[in-house]
Design a protein. Structure first.
Length: 368
């Protein structure tokens, strides 16, 4: 296996469309890196540049210590798993797994050994004689992954491999891919627009927007310490709540004031970073799980409580999602299933002020 380095990669398509702009990223040896972002952000183009399916306009890509920019795709020692599986319909599972090895003129014994080993790892040994049309979508996905495993490449690339599966199968295959990474200890680069996949699979997550890399960090740090408003809103389901307001000082303490007059006291540990924004516009962010119904909160005070109307309740089993409105904002709170107010009722919402985020309204960068 080997590490992968993207050095200032830029890709401009015809019509002067910039798909990737100055991406610098290092994927460590045996690391599971997830490229995450909305459609059209450049994540698949970045992956395809590593695979040799796209040629960067500028920059370099290293596999280990060797540049692969001028090496043909077939010679890069990289295996790619596609969204549509790309299996040969006229071959059985064994033939699909063995095909790349036959092209590389491996011996029959070595081919059989590698195919059987991959099939055993993925639990598809009983499917080797079947054609792709005779197996399920999840089984086809395993075959596609197995075709990559038999090659024992330096890096595995996954381009949204679970998009065609139903919700239950996606969860199952997510687990299988994670177990596979633990078992074979390979360098893996995985592209997805699904933040649940990113959070559950990745050792680290690289978030992209408009061709640029915004943040590379562990899933937990991306969630708890987003670098800007986009990352904060893109990670998390339901997404983070945002409230526009201003900061003012009273009796030595700092307060956030919503434009309708609602006030929140800013925790002392956050005040030093926010004094430069005194009497200026600022954006507050708070995740739905950090909002509580006053009836279920033990630390409600006038400095952390907001009155709202409950418009919709989504019952999620162990949780309820409350969709709330104030005079000028819509908020989402994730609460325990036992907390189910009446639709249309007035609810007093308590903020966990220690979990509040603040963003510069002009740059959208994180302040606290």
């Amino acid at each position: 296996m080997a590490d992968v380095k993207f050095k200032n990669i830029k890709k401009v398509f015809s019509g002067n469309v910039t798909a990737v702009s100055g991406v610098n990223l290092e994927v460590k040896d045996k690391e599971f890196m997830v490229l995450l972002g909305p459609s059209g952000c450049g994540k698949s183009t970045t992956l395809r540049a590593l695979a040799g399916l796209e040629t960067p306009t500028s920059g370099d890509i290293l596999l280990g210590d060797k540049s692969v920019i001028n090496i043909p795709a077939k010679d890069r020692d990289i295996a790619m798993v596609f969204q549509n599986y790309a299996l040969y319909p006229h071959m059985n599972v064994y033939g699909n797994l063995a095909f790349a090895l036959k092209l590389r003129r491996y011996s029959r014994a070595e081919i059989e050994r590698r195919v059987n080993e991959a099939a055993q790892i993925l639990g598809i040994s009983h499917l080797l004689k079947r054609k792709p049309k005779e197996i399920s979508g999840g089984e086809r996905q395993r075959v596609a992954v197995g075709r990559a495993i038999v090659r024992k490449p330096q890096a595995f690339l996954f381009d949204e491999p679970l998009s065609n599966l139903d919700a239950k199968l996606r969860v199952q295959m997510r687990t299988e891919i994670k177990k596979l990474h633990i078992k074979i200890k390979a360098t893996m680069l995985y592209v997805t627009h699904d933040q649940t996949e990113a959070m559950t699979l990745g050792d680290r997550v690289a978030i992209m927007k408009n061709g640029k890399l915004l943040q590379v960090d562990t899933p937990l740090d991306v969630y708890d310490k987003p670098v800007n408003k986009f990352v904060a809103g893109f990670i998390g389901s339901p997404p983070m709540n945002f409230i526009d307001g201003t900061l003012y000082k009273s009796n030595g303490a700092l307060y956030f004031q919503e434009k309708d007059g609602f006030n929140l006291k800013v925790p002392e540990q956050a005040q030093d970073k926010l004094f430069d924004y005194l009497n200026q516009d600022i954006t507050l962010g708070i995740r739905p799980e950090n909002l509580y119904d006053k009836l279920f909160a033990s630390y409600a005070t006038p400095d952390n409580t907001l009155a709202a109307t409950c418009d919709v309740i989504e019952t999620m089993g162990s949780q309820n999602h409350l969709f709330l409105t104030t005079k000028s904002h819509t908020l989402i709170a994730v609460v325990d299933a036992s907390n189910k107010p009446t639709v249309g009722s007035r609810v007093e919402i308590v903020f966990d002020t220690k979990k509040m985020h603040f963003f510069d309204p002009s740059t959208e960068n994180t302040i606290v």
